[in-house]
Design a protein around this ligand. Structure first.
Ligand SMILES: [Fe+2]
Length: 390
């Protein structure tokens, strides 16, 4: 057997899927022996009905619950540090991470770091650094996504920005994967169309890059392909009719599938989006959506055959790379997503810096074609100016 047939496959975790399953939150806490949860959520959800209901459900079940609602978009380590203080003050024994990717990442990082004695950066996803952790100290996590995008609810890592170096770091430990996920589509029906599109496109790019990443992982390939199929069908429905519960349920599933699939690897879209997000605080999913066609062009020769398979699956006439490229551009446009980074307020003047940051990003290892800082800078300039026309 050759080494290329050697791999490690990790399946996602337990998911309780279905409308209004948030009512089972107390049972989820009890199943994980959480009696004093810390509920970590986004700033924007602090006063929302869904957070109030989650807290009321737990309190009625005699599970005293504290809310920490200071997770910002593109969270930094200071957010985690404040959360750790609230966790200790409440004498919490587990985390409910409720919100978008940022809230879930901060929740996972708090649950992980509460039992560690080293700085968070010592657990970056490099080699076997995760073995430095004390696994007994990691608190249990219930994750409740309110967007269908990052799939962080089934992931084993948290993306936290180092505010000193302005780099997005992936903090990894297998036990950071939430033990129970409540995937309740009713929690996502209030998402505005623009956020629905941007987060949904993030899920699409997870599937796309995982599918194109090299490596022996037929399970991930299968999930990635079906994920893209579902997103092509249900994201426009969720975008145009936010209360379409069926579309919302399938989008939540597709987001989890994308995150499960990208254990195989991501690629240059995420490398660039991480760099742009770290410097300009742009929305992660939106940044990915803008960048995807520019990276596709760079990767053209390396992904040509896979695009034919994808085109057949999506019933795109002609089944070719160009067919998929045109479809992606049109799909993006129909979801109200701009064609250039310039339209997100990102100028081209720091292209060299962006290129260097992207080249160092761990996602770069999954790109199907070798790529260096200069190539990243060139793709970035194309994405700022809009070299791909719809
Ligand atoms: Fe992503």
């Amino acid at each position: 057997m050759t080494t290329t047939l050697t791999a490690k496959w990790s399946y996602p975790t337990t998911v309780w899927a279905g409308p209004d399953r948030i009512r089972e939150l107390p049972q989820a806490c009890r199943a994980l022996k959480i009696s004093r949860p810390l509920l970590v959520t986004d700033r924007g959800l602090r006063d929302s009905a869904m957070v109030s209901r989650a807290v009321a459900l737990c309190n009625e079940a005699k599970l005293p619950t504290m809310v920490f609602a200071d997770a910002k978009g593109n969270p930094v380590s200071a957010n985690v540090d404040v959360g750790l203080g609230v966790y200790r003050d409440h004498q919490a024994d587990g985390v409910i991470a409720l919100g978008g990717g940022s809230a879930i990442d901060v929740g996972k990082a708090v649950a992980f770091m509460i039992g560690q004695g080293r700085p968070i950066w010592d657990f970056e996803d490099v080699g076997d650094w995760w073995m430095r952790a004390n696994p007994q100290g990691i608190a249990p996590i219930v994750a409740i996504p309110t967007t269908a995008g990052t799939g962080s609810e089934v992931g084993r890592a948290a993306v936290i920005t180092n505010e000193v170096t302005r780099e997005k770091k992936i903090i990894f430990h297998p036990q950071m994967q939430p033990s129970i996920v409540i995937s309740d589509p009713l929690l996502t029906i209030g998402l505005p169309p623009a956020i629905t599109a941007a987060t949904g496109f993030d899920a699409f790019v997870h599937c796309f890059e995982a599918y194109c990443a090299p490596g022996f992982h037929p399970l991930a390939d299968g999930m990635a392909l079906e994920g893209m199929h579902l997103i092509s069908k249900y994201l426009p429905r969720a975008y145009h009719k936010g209360d379409d519960v069926e579309a919302r349920a399938y989008m939540l599933a597709a987001a989890s599938m994308g995150a499960a699939a990208f254990q195989k690897g991501l690629g240059a879209v995420h490398s660039l989006a991480h760099a742009v997000g770290a410097l300009y605080d742009t929305h992660h999913g939106l940044t990915n959506a803008v960048i995807l066609p520019y990276v596709m062009q760079y990767n053209r020769e390396a992904i040509f055959e896979r695009m034919i398979v994808l085109a057949r699956l999506l019933s795109i006439p002609g089944a070719s790379f160009d067919g998929i490229l045109q479809w992606v551009v049109a799909f993006r446009r129909d979801l109200g997503i701009p064609n250039t980074l310039n339209e997100l307020g990102v100028p081209a003047d720091r292209a060299e810096e962006i290129g260097a940051l992207a080249a160092r990003d761990p996602s770069t290892a999954g790109n199907p074609r070798p790529i260096d800082a200069a190539a990243f800078a060139a793709i970035f300039r194309n994405a700022v100016s809009g070299s791909v026309k719809g």
